[in-house]
Design a protein around this ligand. Structure first.
Ligand code: ZN
Ligand code: ZN
Length: 134
């Protein structure tokens, strides 16, 4: 058995694959999800932003983000829903990083690879030269 403290209320419960909070909090989350999804189903609310959903439903922003991240609220259906990028906190709709952080990370990696190659090349040249001078 895997006993942990519920991140919602601090009570000790048995962790399983389906729930990361205790029974009580899970039920509260499901109720909150019902409220949010009912609100989002209305055509005029499809384009609502997180802030608007929080205001209209009274559900905590962190909980709504959890639903979005888990794919329960689909960003393909709701154009203005998203969750924060791991790096800069900008709103994203898929993956873990926003587009600019992704390309930044890629550039960094490329620079690093180039630098490593240059170092290796330098090392090879040096061994070559030292062998020659013998
Ligand atoms: Zn709890
Ligand atoms: Zn970012």
């Amino acid at each position: 058995m895997n006993l942990i403290n519920c991140p919602g209320c601090g009570e000790i419960f048995v962790k399983n694959n389906f729930r990361d909070v205790c029974e009580k909090c899970w039920k509260a989350e499901e109720r909150a999800y019902d409220t949010v999804s009912k609100y989002m189903r209305k055509r005029e609310n499809r384009a609502a932003t997180i802030t608007q959903v929080v205001d209209a439903t009274g559900v905590k922003e962190s909980l709504i983000l959890k639903f979005v991240k888990a794919g329960r609220l689909r960003t393909t259906q709701f154009p203005n829903l998203g969750y924060p990028c791991d790096k800069c906190g900008g709103i994203i709709r898929e993956g873990r990083l926003c587009a600019s952080c992704t390309s930044e990370l890629k550039e960094e990696l490329e620079r690093y690879n180039k630098e490593e190659k240059r170092k290796q090349q330098l090392q090879r040249n040096q061994t070559f030269l030292s062998k020659k001078s013998l």
